[in-house]
Write a protein that binds this ligand. Sequence first.
Ligand code: IPD
Ligand code: CA
Ligand code: CA
Length: 268
Amino acid sequence: MQAFLNTAIEAARKAGDIAQINFARINQSDIKTKAYNEFVTFVDEEAEKAIIDIIHGRYPDHTILGEEQGLKGDESDYLWIIDPIDGTTNYIHSFPVYCVSIALKIKGRLEVAVIYDPSRQELFTAIRGMGALLDGRKIRVSKQRTLQGALLGTGFPYRDQLDWLEVYLDIFIDFTRIVGAIRRPGSAALDLAYVASGRYDGFWEFGLKPWDVAAGVLLIQEAGGLVKSMIPGEDAVESGSLLCGNPHLFDPMSEIVSKYDDRLKKLF
Ligand code: IPD
Ligand code: CA
Ligand code: CA
Protein backbone atom coordinates (compact mmCIF):
# COMPACT_ATOMS: atom_id res chain seq x y z
CA MET A 1 0.00 0.00 0.00
CA GLN A 2 2.88 2.34 0.77
CA ALA A 3 3.89 2.36 -2.92
CA PHE A 4 0.36 3.40 -3.91
CA LEU A 5 0.41 6.12 -1.27
CA ASN A 6 3.79 7.39 -2.51
CA THR A 7 2.40 7.59 -6.05
CA ALA A 8 -0.67 9.49 -4.83
CA ILE A 9 1.52 11.92 -2.86
CA GLU A 10 3.80 12.55 -5.85
CA ALA A 11 0.79 13.14 -8.12
CA ALA A 12 -0.96 15.43 -5.62
CA ARG A 13 2.18 17.54 -5.09
CA LYS A 14 2.70 17.84 -8.86
CA ALA A 15 -0.91 18.95 -9.40
CA GLY A 16 -0.64 21.31 -6.43
CA ASP A 17 2.51 22.89 -7.88
CA ILE A 18 0.74 23.48 -11.21
CA ALA A 19 -2.14 25.13 -9.36
CA GLN A 20 0.07 27.23 -7.11
CA ILE A 21 2.23 28.54 -10.00
CA ASN A 22 -0.92 29.78 -11.74
CA PHE A 23 -2.68 31.02 -8.60
CA ALA A 24 -4.07 34.58 -8.87
CA ARG A 25 -3.14 34.61 -12.58
CA ILE A 26 -6.47 33.42 -13.97
CA ASN A 27 -8.08 35.75 -16.52
CA GLN A 28 -11.72 35.83 -17.54
CA SER A 29 -10.71 34.25 -20.88
CA ASP A 30 -9.24 31.22 -19.02
CA ILE A 31 -12.62 30.33 -17.50
CA LYS A 32 -14.94 27.92 -19.32
CA THR A 33 -18.47 27.20 -18.15
CA LYS A 34 -19.19 23.43 -17.91
CA ALA A 35 -22.75 23.91 -16.67
CA TYR A 36 -24.78 26.52 -14.77
CA ASN A 37 -22.38 28.01 -12.15
CA GLU A 38 -19.85 25.24 -12.83
CA PHE A 39 -16.48 26.44 -14.10
CA VAL A 40 -13.22 24.92 -15.29
CA THR A 41 -9.84 26.39 -16.25
CA PHE A 42 -6.78 25.07 -18.07
CA VAL A 43 -5.28 24.59 -14.58
CA ASP A 44 -7.90 21.98 -13.59
CA GLU A 45 -7.23 20.21 -16.90
CA GLU A 46 -3.41 20.36 -16.72
CA ALA A 47 -3.37 19.30 -13.08
CA GLU A 48 -5.64 16.32 -13.80
CA LYS A 49 -3.51 15.30 -16.78
CA ALA A 50 -0.36 15.43 -14.63
CA ILE A 51 -2.00 13.17 -12.02
CA ILE A 52 -3.18 10.68 -14.65
CA ASP A 53 0.27 10.60 -16.31
CA ILE A 54 1.97 9.78 -13.00
CA ILE A 55 -0.54 7.07 -12.02
CA HIS A 56 -0.74 5.46 -15.47
CA GLY A 57 3.06 5.78 -15.88
CA ARG A 58 3.39 3.43 -12.91
CA TYR A 59 0.15 1.44 -13.12
CA PRO A 60 -1.02 1.36 -16.76
CA ASP A 61 -3.75 -1.23 -16.03
CA HIS A 62 -5.46 0.76 -13.29
CA THR A 63 -8.73 2.63 -13.85
CA ILE A 64 -8.91 6.35 -13.10
CA LEU A 65 -12.05 8.41 -12.47
CA GLY A 66 -11.25 12.12 -12.71
CA GLU A 67 -13.64 15.03 -12.50
CA GLU A 68 -12.52 16.55 -15.81
CA GLN A 69 -11.78 13.49 -18.00
CA GLY A 70 -14.23 10.97 -16.54
CA LEU A 71 -13.21 7.31 -16.67
CA LYS A 72 -9.77 6.49 -18.12
CA GLY A 73 -8.48 2.97 -18.72
CA ASP A 74 -10.24 -0.38 -18.77
CA GLU A 75 -12.26 -1.59 -15.82
CA SER A 76 -10.00 -3.11 -13.15
CA ASP A 77 -9.88 -3.91 -9.42
CA TYR A 78 -7.99 -0.64 -8.91
CA LEU A 79 -9.95 2.62 -9.15
CA TRP A 80 -8.24 5.95 -8.52
CA ILE A 81 -10.72 8.75 -7.80
CA ILE A 82 -9.28 12.21 -8.35
CA ASP A 83 -10.26 15.85 -8.10
CA PRO A 84 -7.36 17.94 -9.44
CA ILE A 85 -8.70 21.15 -7.89
CA ASP A 86 -11.44 20.94 -5.32
CA GLY A 87 -12.59 24.52 -4.86
CA THR A 88 -12.40 25.83 -8.43
CA THR A 89 -14.78 28.72 -7.71
CA ASN A 90 -12.43 29.86 -4.93
CA TYR A 91 -9.42 29.30 -7.19
CA ILE A 92 -10.68 31.49 -10.02
CA HIS A 93 -11.43 34.25 -7.49
CA SER A 94 -7.88 34.01 -6.04
CA PHE A 95 -9.45 32.86 -2.75
CA PRO A 96 -6.76 30.58 -1.35
CA VAL A 97 -8.92 27.68 -0.15
CA TYR A 98 -8.67 24.70 -2.49
CA CYS A 99 -6.93 21.33 -2.60
CA VAL A 100 -6.02 18.25 -4.63
CA SER A 101 -7.85 15.05 -3.67
CA ILE A 102 -6.76 11.53 -4.65
CA ALA A 103 -8.19 8.23 -3.37
CA LEU A 104 -7.57 4.62 -4.35
CA LYS A 105 -10.29 1.97 -4.11
CA ILE A 106 -9.24 -1.66 -4.46
CA LYS A 107 -12.05 -4.13 -5.19
CA GLY A 108 -14.56 -1.44 -4.20
CA ARG A 109 -12.97 -0.57 -0.83
CA LEU A 110 -11.18 2.70 -0.05
CA GLU A 111 -7.56 1.89 0.81
CA VAL A 112 -5.45 5.01 0.24
CA ALA A 113 -6.21 8.74 0.54
CA VAL A 114 -4.29 11.95 -0.08
CA ILE A 115 -5.53 15.53 0.24
CA TYR A 116 -2.96 18.25 -0.48
CA ASP A 117 -3.51 21.94 0.27
CA PRO A 118 -1.05 23.91 -1.90
CA SER A 119 -1.78 27.25 -0.16
CA ARG A 120 -0.61 25.99 3.23
CA GLN A 121 1.47 23.10 1.87
CA GLU A 122 -0.38 20.71 4.17
CA LEU A 123 -0.48 17.04 3.22
CA PHE A 124 -3.18 14.77 4.68
CA THR A 125 -2.67 11.04 4.06
CA ALA A 126 -4.21 7.73 5.09
CA ILE A 127 -3.81 4.03 4.45
CA ARG A 128 -6.66 1.79 5.67
CA GLY A 129 -5.81 0.31 9.06
CA MET A 130 -2.77 2.54 9.57
CA GLY A 131 -4.34 5.78 10.78
CA ALA A 132 -4.42 9.25 9.23
CA LEU A 133 -1.50 11.68 9.11
CA LEU A 134 -0.96 15.41 8.57
CA ASP A 135 2.56 16.07 7.31
CA GLY A 136 3.61 12.67 8.66
CA ARG A 137 2.11 13.15 12.15
CA LYS A 138 -0.91 11.18 13.44
CA ILE A 139 -4.18 13.10 13.49
CA ARG A 140 -7.40 12.33 15.35
CA VAL A 141 -10.90 13.77 15.16
CA SER A 142 -11.79 16.33 17.86
CA LYS A 143 -12.81 15.48 21.41
CA GLN A 144 -15.72 17.98 21.50
CA ARG A 145 -18.51 16.26 23.47
CA THR A 146 -21.52 18.51 22.86
CA LEU A 147 -23.11 20.28 19.93
CA GLN A 148 -23.16 23.35 22.14
CA GLY A 149 -19.90 25.10 21.34
CA ALA A 150 -19.07 22.82 18.39
CA LEU A 151 -17.58 24.13 15.12
CA LEU A 152 -19.27 22.56 12.07
CA GLY A 153 -18.38 22.83 8.38
CA THR A 154 -20.91 22.66 5.56
CA GLY A 155 -21.56 23.40 1.88
CA PHE A 156 -24.64 25.11 0.45
CA PRO A 157 -26.68 23.44 -2.29
CA TYR A 158 -26.19 25.22 -5.61
CA ARG A 159 -25.92 24.54 -9.35
CA ASP A 160 -28.25 21.60 -10.11
CA GLN A 161 -29.01 21.02 -6.41
CA LEU A 162 -31.28 24.03 -5.82
CA ASP A 163 -34.21 21.68 -5.10
CA TRP A 164 -32.35 20.74 -1.91
CA LEU A 165 -32.14 24.33 -0.69
CA GLU A 166 -35.29 24.41 1.45
CA VAL A 167 -34.63 21.23 3.39
CA TYR A 168 -30.96 22.23 3.67
CA LEU A 169 -31.95 25.58 5.20
CA ASP A 170 -34.28 23.90 7.71
CA ILE A 171 -31.39 21.69 8.84
CA PHE A 172 -29.06 24.70 8.83
CA ILE A 173 -31.47 26.58 11.15
CA ASP A 174 -31.62 23.60 13.53
CA PHE A 175 -27.82 23.38 13.72
CA THR A 176 -27.38 27.16 13.96
CA ARG A 177 -29.64 27.28 17.01
CA ILE A 178 -27.43 24.78 18.88
CA VAL A 179 -23.80 24.78 17.74
CA GLY A 180 -21.03 27.28 18.42
CA ALA A 181 -20.40 28.27 14.78
CA ILE A 182 -20.69 27.05 11.16
CA ARG A 183 -18.21 27.62 8.29
CA ARG A 184 -18.53 27.27 4.48
CA PRO A 185 -15.04 27.74 3.01
CA GLY A 186 -15.82 26.14 -0.41
CA SER A 187 -13.69 23.01 -0.75
CA ALA A 188 -15.51 19.91 0.43
CA ALA A 189 -12.41 17.68 0.32
CA LEU A 190 -10.51 20.11 2.53
CA ASP A 191 -13.52 20.35 4.85
CA LEU A 192 -13.36 16.57 5.33
CA ALA A 193 -9.61 16.71 5.99
CA TYR A 194 -10.41 19.31 8.67
CA VAL A 195 -12.87 16.95 10.34
CA ALA A 196 -10.16 14.26 10.30
CA SER A 197 -7.64 16.62 11.88
CA GLY A 198 -10.05 17.86 14.56
CA ARG A 199 -10.32 21.43 13.24
CA TYR A 200 -14.04 20.90 12.71
CA ASP A 201 -16.14 18.77 15.04
CA GLY A 202 -18.52 17.76 12.25
CA PHE A 203 -19.60 18.46 8.66
CA TRP A 204 -22.62 17.96 6.39
CA GLU A 205 -23.32 18.67 2.70
CA PHE A 206 -25.71 17.41 0.01
CA GLY A 207 -25.03 16.49 -3.62
CA LEU A 208 -21.26 16.00 -3.63
CA LYS A 209 -19.50 13.77 -6.15
CA PRO A 210 -17.26 10.74 -5.43
CA TRP A 211 -14.11 12.77 -6.29
CA ASP A 212 -15.09 15.41 -3.71
CA VAL A 213 -15.42 12.94 -0.85
CA ALA A 214 -13.61 9.62 -1.45
CA ALA A 215 -10.24 10.62 0.06
CA GLY A 216 -11.83 12.61 2.90
CA VAL A 217 -14.06 9.72 3.98
CA LEU A 218 -11.08 7.39 4.48
CA LEU A 219 -9.13 10.13 6.29
CA ILE A 220 -12.00 10.65 8.74
CA GLN A 221 -12.51 6.93 9.36
CA GLU A 222 -8.78 6.44 9.95
CA ALA A 223 -8.76 9.42 12.33
CA GLY A 224 -11.48 7.81 14.47
CA GLY A 225 -14.48 9.69 13.04
CA LEU A 226 -17.78 8.45 11.65
CA VAL A 227 -19.34 9.06 8.24
CA LYS A 228 -22.75 8.22 6.79
CA SER A 229 -25.07 9.16 3.96
CA MET A 230 -27.90 11.51 4.96
CA ILE A 231 -30.11 9.60 2.51
CA PRO A 232 -31.44 6.58 4.43
CA GLY A 233 -29.99 3.32 3.12
CA GLU A 234 -27.47 4.89 0.71
CA ASP A 235 -23.67 4.78 0.59
CA ALA A 236 -21.90 7.98 1.77
CA VAL A 237 -19.43 8.23 -1.14
CA GLU A 238 -21.89 7.23 -3.87
CA SER A 239 -24.83 9.35 -2.66
CA GLY A 240 -22.52 12.33 -2.03
CA SER A 241 -24.85 13.63 0.69
CA LEU A 242 -22.84 13.02 3.77
CA LEU A 243 -22.74 13.76 7.44
CA CYS A 244 -19.65 13.13 9.52
CA GLY A 245 -18.21 13.97 12.87
CA ASN A 246 -16.38 12.81 15.91
CA PRO A 247 -18.04 9.84 17.72
CA HIS A 248 -19.60 12.11 20.39
CA LEU A 249 -21.40 14.38 17.92
CA PHE A 250 -22.25 11.87 15.19
CA ASP A 251 -25.46 10.63 16.86
CA PRO A 252 -26.80 14.04 17.93
CA MET A 253 -26.09 15.40 14.42
CA SER A 254 -27.75 12.35 12.82
CA GLU A 255 -30.80 12.80 15.05
CA ILE A 256 -31.34 16.35 13.81
CA VAL A 257 -30.99 15.38 10.14
CA SER A 258 -33.18 12.27 10.50
CA LYS A 259 -36.18 14.50 11.28
CA TYR A 260 -36.09 15.27 7.54
CA ASP A 261 -35.67 11.68 6.27
CA ASP A 262 -38.95 11.65 4.31
CA ARG A 263 -38.19 14.90 2.50
CA LEU A 264 -34.62 13.78 1.79
CA LYS A 265 -35.70 10.41 0.39
CA LYS A 266 -38.13 12.14 -1.99
CA LEU A 267 -35.40 14.47 -3.32
CA PHE A 268 -32.83 11.69 -3.91
C1 IPD B 1 -16.88 21.81 -5.23
C2 IPD B 1 -16.39 22.09 -3.82
C3 IPD B 1 -17.47 22.77 -3.00
C4 IPD B 1 -18.75 21.96 -2.99
C5 IPD B 1 -19.20 21.67 -4.41
C6 IPD B 1 -18.09 20.95 -5.17
P1 IPD B 1 -15.18 21.76 -7.33
O1 IPD B 1 -15.90 21.12 -5.99
O2 IPD B 1 -16.04 20.90 -3.16
O3 IPD B 1 -17.08 22.95 -1.65
O4 IPD B 1 -19.74 22.68 -2.30
O5 IPD B 1 -20.37 20.90 -4.39
O6 IPD B 1 -18.54 20.66 -6.46
O7 IPD B 1 -16.26 21.89 -8.38
O8 IPD B 1 -14.58 23.03 -6.93
O9 IPD B 1 -14.21 20.68 -7.67
CA1 CA C 1 -14.73 18.99 -6.21
CA1 CA D 1 -12.73 20.02 -9.16
